[in-house]
Design a protein around this ligand. Structure first.
Ligand code: ZN
Length: 188
């Protein structure tokens, strides 16, 4: 959980995520809290945006599921994204390394989703605008190296130039008003 305190040590809010919260930061304008880590329900990475004045509630979970928080404080994020796992990631049981989170001074956010283990980690990089919409999606150079290695091993049966995950991604996006919807974004 993410517990937020004011300067006098009074608790401002408690946010419970079903999965490890690996990184968190405040936006430069002080209006939002951004956190990233694992979503246990989706076995994947997430990015959440909270209202800094009301950083309370839970991650969006299906009612009655094992990841639903029963008895948690009401409330939720303003945005909750769950990132897909690329085919090069399928050989790993679960993402063990946390995603990295960078907040820029103009409000843009960058999340680096690790798809493989190291040393040359295959990664997908998601850029968000200051309105928290998905902007550019791209992959690291080592994504292609990992793909070719898995082609040689017979694990993947298509060349990287025909890789669907190299062309577009379907990202799950949750908002309080719309619930879950899929956002399809080209990989550039
Ligand atoms: Zn592929």
């Amino acid at each position: 959980m993410l517990i937020t305190f004011d300067g006098a040590g009074r608790r401002l809010g408690t946010f419970v995520n079903s999965g490890w919260i690996a990184v968190s930061a405040g936006t430069p304008d002080g209006r939002h809290l951004v956190l990233a880590g694992m979503s246990n329900a989706h076995r994947s990475y997430f990015l959440a945006v909270l209202d800094a004045e009301r950083p309370t509630g839970t991650s969006p979970e299906a009612a009655g599921s094992s990841t639903e928080c029963v008895g948690c404080p009401p409330g939720g994020p303003l945005h909750y994204y769950v990132f897909p796992r690329a085919d090069i990631s399928a050989q790993f049981a679960y993402p063990l390394d946390p995603p990295s989170l960078v907040l820029f001074g103009d409000g843009r956010i960058q999340v680096q989703v690790l798809e493989t283990s190291g040393p040359a980690v295959g990664a997908t990089i998601y850029d968000f605008g200051s309105d928290f919409d998905v902007g550019r999606v791209r992959v690291s150079d080592s994504f292609d190296e990992w793909h070719r290695r898995l082609e040689s091993a017979g694990t993947l049966r298509h060349p990287v130039r025909e890789c669907p995950d190299r062309q577009h991604r379907e990202i799950r996006h949750w908002t309080p008003d719309a619930g879950w919807r899929m956002v399809r974004t080209d990989v550039r």
